[in-house]
Design a protein around this ligand. Structure first.
Ligand SMILES: [Zn+2]
Length: 466
């Protein structure tokens, strides 16, 4: 049995592996590379011939785990892709959006390069089209958590809840070879304990080999305080001043977590009676998927459902899917709360709401997620006195607020808790999905704590697992 490391090695995006047994080749995830310096990998042929793969196991629907699948399909991949049922639904939304963005970007680049009379580094075409996504979707097969699923003659898998986003999974892969069965565990992205809506990450006692993420391998989340109290403070102060609360958000998980917290504040009468808008077709679609799969919720969210306080539905909430519904928000005379995508203000409807609110001293722009260097969100969050939106300059007078308690990933001590639950030393532990410094630091800590063998593979390393 061999394991090919084909992405997210000493960096965080482009998760992709191939488990090669005597009789089969199984892909695990096939994500988009998103760091600028690794973008060219998206254009290179899949290191394993797509037509030779017997199956894919998909841990969850984030773009850096599923975003390259349509290209693989366009190049000949025809095997079943196993994942949980919520992942099937979320993947469709995410891949359709990704194809659209890529087609728009390619058209924009073509135009710009034509105008400037030069050629870009990458082809001025989309990595894949919406038609490629349409061809991909029938391959997705929904399976249940905690249920043995036969993949090939010699390989089976059990999906366990990863507690990261709805439907996210850790994979327990069982390989029968040479008269013995070996267990390989892929952690996928490990969620945070005690997050709203979704359950806690699963823990394991034993494995022969472990592949583990290490995003926060070198740091702990700061003591983040109570999200609900911080949120109610921002909302009460802003509404009290007669302004709007504008929240840039990601469409998957973050938007639903925000709705969960706001619904609790509404039900507990901790904020005034105001309209709350979710203005993003994609976030609305994702919210409907959450509502459809509420049997995947954790106990706390279930208790709310049981007491008729659906965590994703409350008085005042309005979902804006169409352009008309979105424009209607502009006619509000009373202060309101507006959540819109994209999370870093790089595109989408949030830009319209920023234009209308950023120069109003009574409004608040509330950031609930990481703002990458160079994004509009980062400029605003850093307090730039003037920002450019849709080609016009705006004075930044609105109050800027931040709440940090929303990370979707386990921090260093939670990662050590997860690996520390194994009762015996796995033969090998491979750390992936983390910047080099984070992965190496976590590896060293595991060696010190446990004396176990840990390695941090490089891109395209192939390890013989015996
Ligand atoms: Zn993820």
């Amino acid at each position: 049995m061999k394991l090919h490391f084909l992405g997210a090695n000493r960096q965080v995006t482009g998760s992709r592996y191939c488990l090669e047994t005597a009789g089969s080749k199984i892909m695990i995830d096939c994500g988009l590379f998103q760091e600028r310096e690794f973008l060219s990998r998206n254009w290179e042929p899949n290191p394993i011939a797509p037509s030779e793969c017997d199956a894919m196991l998909l841990t969850h629907a984030h773009l850096d785990h599923c975003g390259l699948i349509p290209r693989l399909v366009a190049n000949g991949f025809r095997a079943p892709i196993y994942c949980t049922q919520p992942t099937v639904d979320l993947t469709e939304v995410i891949l359709r959006d990704s194809a659209k963005i890529q087609e728009e970007d390619a058209a924009y680049k073509r135009k710009r390069h034509e105008r400037e009379g030069r050629k870009g580094k990458f082809p001025e075409q989309a990595l894949y089209s919406d038609a490629d996504v349409t061809q991909t979707l029938p391959l997705l097969k929904g399976v249940r958590y905690e249920t043995l699923c036969r993949v090939t003659e010699s390989v089976s898998v059990v999906f366990h809840d990863a507690g990261h986003i709805l439907g996210s999974a850790m994979l327990e892969i069982l390989v029968a070879e040479n008269g013995a069965t070996r267990r390989v565990i892929f952690s996928g992205d490990i969620g945070q304990w005690n997050k709203p809506i979704i359950r806690d990450p699963s823990l394991f006692d034993s494995a022969d080999h472990v592949v583990m993420e290490s995003t926060y391998g070198d740091r702990n989340h700061e003591d983040l305080g109570d999200v609900e109290t911080q949120l109610s403070d921002v909302i009460n102060e802003t509404i009290g001043r007669g302004g709007n609360v504008v929240i840039p958000t990601f469409a998957v998980e973050r938007a639903q977590e925000l709705m969960y917290y706001i619904s609790r504040l509404v039900h507990d009468n901790r904020i005034p009676d105001v309209k709350v808008f979710l203005d993003s077709p994609m976030a609305v679609d994702v919210t409907n998927i959450f509502r459809k799969y509420r049997d995947y919720f954790d106990q706390e969210a279930w208790d709310l459902v049981g007491s008729n306080q659906s965590p994703l539905q409350f008085p005042g909430l309005q979902l804006a899917r169409t352009t008309a519904q979105s424009q209607e928000i502009n006619n509000q005379r009373k202060p309101c709360i507006i959540m819109a995508t994209s999370g870093m203000c790089t595109g989408g409807r949030i830009k319209h709401h920023l234009r209308r609110n950023i120069s109003r001293a009574e409004s608040t722009i509330l950031f609930v997620g990481y703002q990458a260097h160079g994004t509009l969100g980062r400029l605003i969050s850093d307090g730039k006195p003037e920002v450019r939106i849709h080609g016009r300059n705006y004075e930044s007078k609105a109050r800027i607020a931040r709440i940090f308690g929303f990370s979707g990933h386990a921090d260093r001590s939670a990662l050590l808790h997860w690996i520390g639950h194994f009762q015996h030393a796995p033969t090998s532990i491979f750390l992936t999905h983390g910047e080099e410094v984070a992965a190496l630091s976590l590896a060293e800590q595991i060696r010190q704590n446990k004396g176990w063998t840990v390695s941090v593979p490089k891109f395209q390393d192939v390890v013989d697992l015996g």
